[in-house]
Unconditional design. Structure first.
Length: 284
């Protein structure tokens, strides 16, 4: 038995990598449905969106790119599903160049394939404008002055959804999907706080501590924090009969949880093997 335990500590690392790859891959194909318990931050964000009046115009800002897509894109999908199910009309903006492509992918999946909505009536994508927080400051005064055409080169004045939307003052809610600067902080500082517009956000896990003070002060209504937060939001959609199945974040959390469990198991095995070898050496 002691010989067996010694040998366990000498497993070829290639086998370890192979086992990790298998335990990550299989839950993505065959989800385990491990329980997800939503945290208060995610519940607050969900409730803030759920309490938006029907037909209210909501601005969703896609301020992230491909590098943070695994964390933020699932929450973008979940939030859009929630808004469209409630009958809200969505105006998309992008403070990041890559945000335009993230927004198009999310709208293709949710607005077009799942809900079959009408562009320009139920939703529109104003696209990317350079300028960081200057863009936010600009649309607090005037949308037409900052967005003359949308991402499809359609004139803003010809989009039915933008009728009556002179500035952010005509928007009922802001949801920022943020991976850094410019993002959630700038939306709070230059738009939601000065104009008193209710705002929530979804961010990468590493940003949570930076954004949390805005929640404590009441400037933000909840945070969807990284992939775990996205999985929690998906679970809340299921719990409230808004969407029937867990999305990509929940499946990814299954894989992540099992991978962490296997890694801990290898650490335990390595320590047991080490102590067995050490005890044997002391005998001699």
């Amino acid at each position: 038995m002691s010989k067996f335990l010694e040998n366990l500590g000498s497993i070829d690392r290639r086998y370890i990598f192979l086992i990790i790859a298998i335990v990550v891959f299989l839950p993505l194909i065959f989800p385990l449905g491990l329980p997800v318990e939503p945290t208060n931050l995610t519940i607050d964000a969900f409730n803030a969106v759920d309490n938006i009046p029907k037909n209210e115009k909501v601005l969703v800002s896609f301020d992230y790119g491909p590098s943070t897509k695994p964390e933020i894109h699932p929450m973008a999908i979940a939030v859009l599903r929630h808004l469209f199910t409630k009958g809200n009309r969505v105006i998309i903006t992008c403070l990041w160049p890559d945000g335009l492509f993230m927004a198009r992918q999310a709208l293709q999946q949710v607005a077009i394939e799942e809900f079959d909505l009408t562009y320009g009536v139920d939703y529109c994508n104003l696209g990317y404008r350079p300028g960081n927080e200057a863009v936010i400051k600009g649309i607090t005064r005037s949308f037409p002055a900052n967005f003359t055409v949308d991402s499809r080169a359609i004139k803003i004045k010809e989009i039915p959804l933008m009728d009556g939307v002179q500035s952010l003052k005509n928007i009922g809610f802001i949801f920022s999907l943020s991976a850094g600067y410019p993002g959630s902080k700038e939306w709070v500082q230059y738009a939601s706080d000065p104009l008193k517009i209710k705002t929530s956000t979804g961010v990468t896990s590493i940003q949570v501590n930076e954004i949390l003070p805005f929640v404590k002060s009441g400037q933000l209504q909840g945070i969807v924090a990284g992939m775990p937060g996205a999985a929690e939001y998906e679970q809340l959609l299921v719990n409230n009969d808004i969407h029937p199945v867990i999305g990509k974040a929940g499946k990814s959390m299954d894989a992540q949880s099992i991978a962490h469990l296997v890694i801990v198991l290898f650490i335990v095995i390595g320590n047991i093997s080490y102590f067995v070898k050490r005890k044997k050496e002391k005998k001699y």
